[in-house]
Design a binder for this molecule. Structure first.
Ligand code: ATP
Length: 138
């Protein structure tokens, strides 16, 4: 088997569904590359870009902003389950820039108020916005 099926599932539905010769995702231990024949695994994902080398179109690379979640690799079937995920072509960069500015303001306020919960929420929102901007600019 020289390819894998890659699906990204969110509460809004399937956001990505293609065949790949390799993918790279972000995990708490750093970037992880997965190729056909990879051992079966379930792992947490960070808010990070996913890079997909398409199996059907040589030289085509797809980028997806994956906003955390879980990856399951099972016999060359990869399923990523995330709260939200967007393909590069679907990202509204201006919206992400506004979200980034908002998250930065919220982070400052939360830090001033010593609110650990609010700090964590603002940090995650900031990571999501930065991830979208990065992917949108690929
Ligand atoms: P915003 O404050 O701009 O809504 P957010 O981080 O609060 O950003 P989420 O709650 O993560 O947004 O996502 C809500 C929905 O909007 C999801 O379906 C997500 O895919 C989509 N979405 C969020 N930001 C963008 C963006 N910049 N471009 C395209 N879709 C986006």
């Amino acid at each position: 088997m020289t390819e894998m099926k890659v699906q990204v599932v969110t509460p809004d539905g399937i956001k990505y569904d293609h065949r790949a010769s390799m993918i790279i995702v972000g995990t708490p231990d750093g970037e992880m590359g997965i190729m056909p024949g990879h051992v079966n695994v379930i792992a947490p994902l960070t808010v990070h870009e996913m890079k997909v080398y398409r199996a059907d179109q040589e030289k085509t690379i797809n980028w997806v902003a994956v906003n955390g979640g879980i990856i399951e690799v099972k016999q060359n079937h990869i399923t990523i389950i995330a709260d939200s995920a967007e393909r590069k072509r679907d990202i509204d960069i201006e919206r992400a820039k506004r979200a980034k500015a908002r998250a930065e303001r919220e982070l400052e306020e939360a830090q001033a108020q010593h609110s650990a919960d609010q700090v964590r929420r603002a940090q995650v929102a900031l990571q999501r916005a930065i991830n979208r901007i990065n992917v949108g600019n690929k």
